[in-house]
Design a protein around this ligand. Structure first.
Ligand code: ADE
Length: 236
């Protein structure tokens, strides 16, 4: 999979070069390119923003540096109409099913805006060339799209076949098919300070362990995420 990220703070994206995603890049499973939006400005100050028409607080990102940068990326795209993800709190909420869907794409581009947003005409221009997806990490406001892009790239990238060494670890995690949160996990020693590992996990009785874990999942989901619990019950 090819991923391009456009930002005025390319240093933010350096975290993509470590751990699992770093290894996936080294092995060629992922190709991640980070672009500095300011490389497509032509004034001395490398200006990417200006005041909003109609007045109001803050600054708006100018459309031309975006179009020039995205045109360059489009020329190198392995597909005719790549997906352009724009992280924004006013987008659809990103979730695990969305991550699975996007992990099927050959080419994803992330456009990380700052300030009050990008001139709306850039979106009209982009919709003629890309599958534009406005995506929110959740109902809170970040200073820009970079942290959201990092989170989405990690969630999507780890679903690309081969990126996670043991694909079974993708099966039993929170937000997977059954809609339940993960069960609690323990490791050695079985007795730590004044705390013990639940007896049943030491029993070797796999059927009872599986049943206990299911109960724990249900209890956690019911108390921590009543919204998911209701959905789960309606699935059954
Ligand atoms: N940019 C600013 N806030 C955001 C959010 N909650 N999700 C995605 N992008 C953002």
């Amino acid at each position: 999979m090819r991923i391009d990220v456009v930002s005025i703070f390319p240093e933010y994206l350096e975290a993509l070069n470590i751990s699992l995603l770093g290894k996936a890049q080294d092995s060629g499973l992922l190709e991640i390119n980070v672009h500095d939006l300011r490389d497509h400005t032509f004034d001395r100050h490398k200006t990417v923003d200006d005041t909003p028409y109609g007045g109001g607080a803050g600054m708006v990102m100018k459309p031309e540096p975006w179009a020039l940068t995205l045109e360059g990326i489009l020329e190198q795209s392995p597909v005719e109409r790549p997906v352009l993800i724009v992280p924004t709190p006013s987008g659809e909420v990103f979730s695990q099913p969305g991550a699975y869907e996007l992990a099927e794409s050959e080419h994803l581009i992330f456009a990380c805006g700052r300030y009050e947003g990008i001139d709306e005409r850039m979106f009209h221009w982009a919709r003629e060339r890309f599958d534009v997806r406005l995506m929110s990490l959740g109902d809170y406001v970040l200073n820009g799209g970079e942290v959201a892009a990092l989170a989405m790239i990690e969630a999507i990238g780890r679903l690309v076949p081969g990126v996670v060494g043991n694909p079974e670890s993708l099966v039993e995690e929170s937000h997977s098919d059954d809609g339940l949160l993960e069960y609690p996990v323990y490791t050695k020693p079985s007795s730590w300070r004044e705390y013990e590992v639940p007896e049943i996990l030491l029993s070797g009785d796999h059927a009872r362990i599986a049943a206990w874990r299911k109960e724990q999942q249900a209890e956690r989901t019911r108390t921590r995420r009543p919204d998911l619990w209701t959905k789960h019950q309606n699935m059954a």
